[in-house]
Design a protein around this ligand. Structure first.
Ligand code: PLP
Length: 375
């Protein structure tokens, strides 16, 4: 990999934005412990509160008053999902979906091996009719965690509708959405979604690694994930990572312009319409994610080919051995394992250009025609 490699894997992580880096550099060498009583500590606290306010504004939350929420800073989206699920599900039935990120799905299963996992439709949308049935079989208020946008297919989930259905049946249910892939790409209004808790992560939106947030209703009772100092509402003790949070706040304050990405994604998908299967095509999707299948060509083969062409894309999923696995999201959508193993994910970002998309299209077509000719 070198600087000439074209990056089309923004759902994995995004390059650090220059303004975020500059804001981080500005605090990097200073002794910024936000709990300290002296001037440096007060400055650090001020920076943290500014970042908190930026995250709240990004989610269209009021700074104070009845609609305001706590923005809790943590180290990653994974940690935020764990803090929520491990912190407020005790004794409650967990309802989640088959397409969640492992930080929700694996965690839910480990807390409650009998948690309820909702199926999805062939287009990758959580099945609300199945949810209705499940709600009717419960005996107490559940905790529901369903993502806002899927990391592999980009399919946007009907979270606001889901929240209404859940509350109609169980008014005191606790509802969480993992919005890691959605925030910064589509408008996210937490109040309008009707959720009690929401996860977002800095590095998916041009901020640094090492900062994320769990945003919660103020009266939500959560067990701390770490105890010690009183940081983050006593729910996540440990000195805050001020530089990373400042970088996160910078991108939350002024999210990248992504208005051109839907047109680029459409350019990509229409150029490949004869040679690719586009998964989730008929559902509402993020403007910059395409999950593409190349018939009969394993995604491992495709990844090697694109790598040789200096194009960074990914398989929907990679297991810990580094070997490419069939995407669990596609399996949940009813695609068989053999076909699922032909899928790769292309995810665009604010800096993606038409020339980069065209380079991908050319490399795709070359591989497709080579393999067709060989068959
Ligand atoms: N949730 C979703 C939907 C994701 O796509 C990811 C990361 O890819 C995460 C959670 C985890 O976020 P993080 O990488 O910040 O731990």
């Amino acid at each position: 990999m070198d600087q000439s490699t074209l990056y089309l894997d923004y759902n994995a992580t995004s390059p650090l934005r220059a303004d975020a880096k500059a804001a981080m550099d500005a605090c990097g060498l200073l002794p910024y412990n936000a709990s300290s009583q002296h001037g440096f500590g007060r400055r650090a606290k001020h920076l943290l509160e500014e970042a908190r306010a930026s995250v709240a504004r990004l989610l269209r939350l009021p700074a104070r008053g009845p609609g305001s929420r706590y923005v809790l800073f943590v180290g990653s989206g994974t940690e935020a999902n764990n803090l929520f699920l491990r912190g407020c599900t005790t004794g409650k039935k967990i309802i989640t979906s088959s397409i969640e990120h492992p930080s929700v799905l694996t965690t839910s299963k480990s807390i409650d091996p009998n948690c309820i996992i909702l199926p999805v439709t062939a287009d990758g949308v959580v099945d609300l009719a199945a949810l209705q049935r499940v709600l009717g079989s419960l005996t107490s208020d559940p905790v529901v965690s369903v993502m806002l946008a899927n990391n592999e297919s980009g399919v946007i989930q009907p979270v606001a509708e889901l929240a209404k259905i859940v509350r109609a049946a169980w008014p005191n249910a606790i509802i969480h959405t993992d919005a890691v892939q959605a925030v910064g790409r589509i408008d996210v209004d937490m109040e309008a979604l009707g959720v009690d808790a929401l996860t977002l992560s800095s590095h998916k939106m041009g901020g640094p690694l090492g900062a994320a947030a769990l945003v919660i209703r103020k009266d939500l009772v959560i067990t701390p994930s770490t105890t010690g100092g009183g940081q983050e509402q006593r729910l996540r003790a440990g000195t805050e990572n001020v530089p990373a949070i400042v970088g996160f706040g910078t991108v939350a304050h002024a999210p990248s312009d992504v208005s051109h990405l839907a047109a680029l994604r459409d350019r990509l998908e229409s150029a490949l319409s004869d040679t690719a299967t586009v998964y989730g095509q008929h559902a509402t999707r993020l403007p910059q994610t395409s999950l593409l299948g190349m018939p009969d060509v394993k995604n491992e083969t495709q990844l090697i080919h694109f790598d040789l062409h200096h194009l960074a894309v990914s398989a929907g999923s990679a297991c810990s051995s580094g070997k490419v696995d069939a995407s669990p999201v596609l399996l949940a959508m009813g695609i068989d394992a053999e076909e699922a193993a032909t899928a790769i994910r292309v995810s665009l970002g604010p800096d993606t250009t038409a020339a980069e998309v065209d380079a991908f299209i050319a490399a795709w077509q070359q591989l497709y025609h080579t393999t067709q000719d060989a068959a």
